[in-house]
Design a protein around this ligand. Structure first.
Ligand SMILES: Nc1nc2c(ncn2[C@@H]2O[C@H](COP(=O)(O)OP(=O)(O)OP(=O)(O)O)[C@@H](O)[C@H]2O)c(=O)[nH]1
Ligand SMILES: [Mg+2]
Length: 398
């Protein structure tokens, strides 16, 4: 079964033109996916290849255009490569020469700044050997490297091992969404509104993941729409250990759940699981400081979810205006285009990141913090505007 996009590890091959990025993707996956040629600049657009990396699971390899591409088109290609970089969980920086020069060190610095784990791959070992000085410098800095030949399939197995060693804990399922709050046979109620903006014929990914986690814990998941919540609570002969609701109906759901039953929202749970809940709570404090005319950026991780579109464009601005009683200016950033320069914004309100891997969400938080711009997310902001923030963060010990 295909893994949901938000759960796929993204591994990107980065490097100058002609170093053998495409050959390596073909070598690692054992398939001829990317076109290989001796002409520099063969790969123009990022190419995604889904692959089952044992024992990690489903991953996506991204082949990219050379980062030294030139001319107007070249510049656009480099930009496209950068966009992929933002979403990458792990990077393989491919080189095909003995020494590391200034541009290589700049790329290394950039990857470090972006907090992306990376591996240096010296490719084409059949025709040269990386110099002692270069290897010594990498060792001194604790940067992992591997020496391979995609042509002869030399050391591709070692490359895979080193790659797996870099994979963040998040993907190794070391973290839980709500599983740490529940025990076997516990009852958990999930409140999932089905309105016009809900996707046809299915639940959204965070809801599915939570239900799965409840079942994995041998607990009992009851899924209801907000209208049935009150009735279900009266029909149960046991108190649920948690009620978790979609943020959009948090006000209505909270009114139906007695105060002594732990109550939260999917997005609060996901902010803790995937992002950085303390940082998002800190960013949220800025809401009360906003003045009329201030600019706020609403950022969506994906551009194709009608349900998110509606929340970001209409509901969030309205809730904020109602809460503050002030006219605030809203800009929208959608998909993988997250602005480099955030200086004009007083606050960034990010979507809950269901399609983002944890790292991309964290990286964006980091990016906002580096520029001194407070950042928060949809779900906890909505809870605050409805006066329910304290209640939804309480189950997590805040
Ligand atoms: N000798 C040798 N040649 C290699 C090796 N890997 C790739 N090549 C050759 O290097 C050239 C470039 O390979 P590609 O895989 O197209 O390189 P790329 O980095 O994807 O290049 P662009 O898409 O143009 O940026 C081709 O002629 C390959 O056959 C290797 O391990 N050894
Ligand atoms: Mg290529």
């Amino acid at each position: 079964m295909a893994a949901p996009r938000g759960e796929r590890l993204i591994i990107t091959l980065l490097g100058r033109r002609n170093v053998g990025k495409s050959s390596l993707i073909n070598g690692v996956t054992g398939q001829d996916i990317s076109i290989v040629s001796e002409i520099p600049g063969t790969t123009t657009d990022p190419v995604a290849k889904h692959y089952e990396l044992i024992p990690v699971g489903p991953v996506t390899f991204y082949d990219t255009a050379g980062i030294d591409d030139i001319g107007e088109l070249g510049e656009q290609r480099v930009k496209a490569t950068r966009r992929v970089l933002w979403r990458s969980d792990v990077v393989m920086l491919v080189l095909d020469k003995e020494t590391l020069d200034e541009p290589d060190w700049n790329t290394i610095r950039e990857l470090k700044d972006m907090d992306i784990p990376f591996l240096i791959v010296f490719n084409k070992s059949d025709i040269y050997s990386p110099g002692k000085k270069a290897l010594g410098a990498l060792e001194d800095k604790g940067i992992p490297y591997v020496i391979v030949s995609s042509k002869n399939a030399d050391h591709i197995d070692i490359l895979k091992e080193k790659l797996i060693a870099l994979i963040p804990g998040y993907f190794k399922k070391e973290m839980l969404i709500i599983g740490d709050l529940i025990y076997p046979r516990d009852l958990v109620i999930c409140v999932t509104p089905i309105d016009l903006s809900a996707p046809k014929g299915r639940l959204i990914l965070p809801q599915v993941q939570v239900i799965r986690e409840i079942l994995d814990r041998n607990a009992i998941a009851i899924t209801v729409k907000e209208h049935e919540l009150r009735e279900v609570l009266t029909r149960l002969n046991q108190k649920p250990v948690l009620v978790i609701t979609d943020s959009q109906v948090v006000l209505q759901a909270a009114a139906d759940v007695p105060e002594d039953i732990p109550f939260t929202t999917f997005s609060t749970a996901f902010a803790r699981y995937k992002a950085n809940l303390p940082a998002l709570l800190e960013g949220l404090q800025q809401l009360d400081q906003l003045e009329a005319g201030d600019k706020v950026l609403v950022a969506e991780a994906c551009s194709h979810h009608i349900e998110c579109d509606d929340i970001g464009r209409y509901k969030i601005p309205q809730w904020v205006k109602d809460y503050l009683g002030k006219e605030i200016q809203f800009d929208i950033a959608s998909g993988h285009d997250f602005p480099d320069n955030l200086s004009e914004y007083k606050l960034v309100i990010h979507c809950d990141g269901c399609m983002n891997t944890g790292l991309e969400f964290k990286r964006r938080i980091h990016h906002c913090q580096a520029q001194g711009v407070p950042v928060t997310n949809y779900g906890i902001l909505i809870s605050k505007t409805q006066g329910l923030l304290e209640r939804v963060i309480r189950p997590f010990g805040f």
